[in-house]
Design a protein around this ligand. Sequence first.
Ligand SMILES: Cc1cc2nc3c(=O)[nH]c(=O)nc-3n(C[C@H](O)[C@H](O)[C@H](O)COP(=O)(O)O)c2cc1C
Length: 358
Amino acid sequence: MRIYPILRPLIFRLDAERAHHMTIAALNLMPKRPPAFPGSLTTSIAGLGFPSPVGLAAGFDKDAEVAEAMLGLGFGFVEVGTLTPLPQAGNERPRLFRLTDDRGVINRLGFNNRGQADALQRLAGRDRSRGIVGVNIGANKDSPDRIADYVAGVRRMSAVADYLTINISSPNTPGLRQLQDEGALRALLAAVQEARTAGGAPRSESESVPRTASPPIFLKVAPDLGEGEPDQIARVAIQHNVDAIIVANTTVSRPHLSSRHGGEAGGLSGEPLRPLALDALRRFRAASGGGIPLIAAGGIGSVDDAWARIRAGASLVQLYTALVYEGPGIARRIATGLAHKLTEHGFASISEAVGSET
Ligand SMILES: Cc1cc2nc3c(=O)[nH]c(=O)nc-3n(C[C@H](O)[C@H](O)[C@H](O)COP(=O)(O)O)c2cc1C
């Protein structure tokens, strides 16, 4: 029996941020052994073997408190963060809103987190054989040199991250998205790659240094991009040896919304973001022609949503907002459903289905 539909009305009576903190506390008590997945779901990208392509998107576990519990609930990988070099309080409350009628969320949290040093300690103590945990890094709001913040994040978090995500797409840190502009992106990625290799782990095929010494770099982009921007970003990312692009973060656009909180400022996620995120993914696929792995996020809440993203070119998918509406069983339900889809369509693995819509 599914318990979440019974719990949900009770949780929804609480303020959204309070409910989130209670959820994190409860998750700390969960068993942490990951389930077994059908072999057809194993997906390899950037040298990492993902047991299921369904991951937890950044922002749920900002301080890396419950990564193992989320792996135990059936996520094939978990992205913690965004973590900034220094602790940061974020914006004033209220700053997190459920848009229940739209099955969406608006947040303007503003990178509230306890900082990288605090998360580092916890991550260093985890059993890495239990699953893939990526670390999403950002810049402090008041930083005089944002690129230096990413460099610091790469240096500090590489030792404990299975992959690092360079997040330049959150709408709640003023000016952050400007790092997606061509010149700024080139400067950022050059600095990030230098910081990575300076760690002593060269990247050529013949290398014997373990990859964990220098984790793959993923780049997370916004869904609000103008004509030509996906081409430009994909080109620069490939030139700078980025290992994958995550498409996408929350949107600052406002499609039609019925909920009371629809007018709040911040980033919109969940169902209303779905068409925009799918379109952005298709644009990145067309721009890159499969030349760089893509990871889809934005409004994924069902097997059909995940399947559509894989067919549109995503090697992996991530979700967050659907967890609020569907409960924690969603990762396993989608994984099981994807295994059925593969059989139904005659594919032996996820990688065979990637981009198969064209
Ligand atoms: C409350 C909330 C906080 C988030 N915080 C972050 C964050 O810190 N860093 C980040 O890269 N994305 C963050 N995101 C964006 C998600 O990772 C994801 O890209 C986006 O919500 C779209 O997926 P979804 O529709 O499944 O939620 C946040 C999303 C929500 C709803």
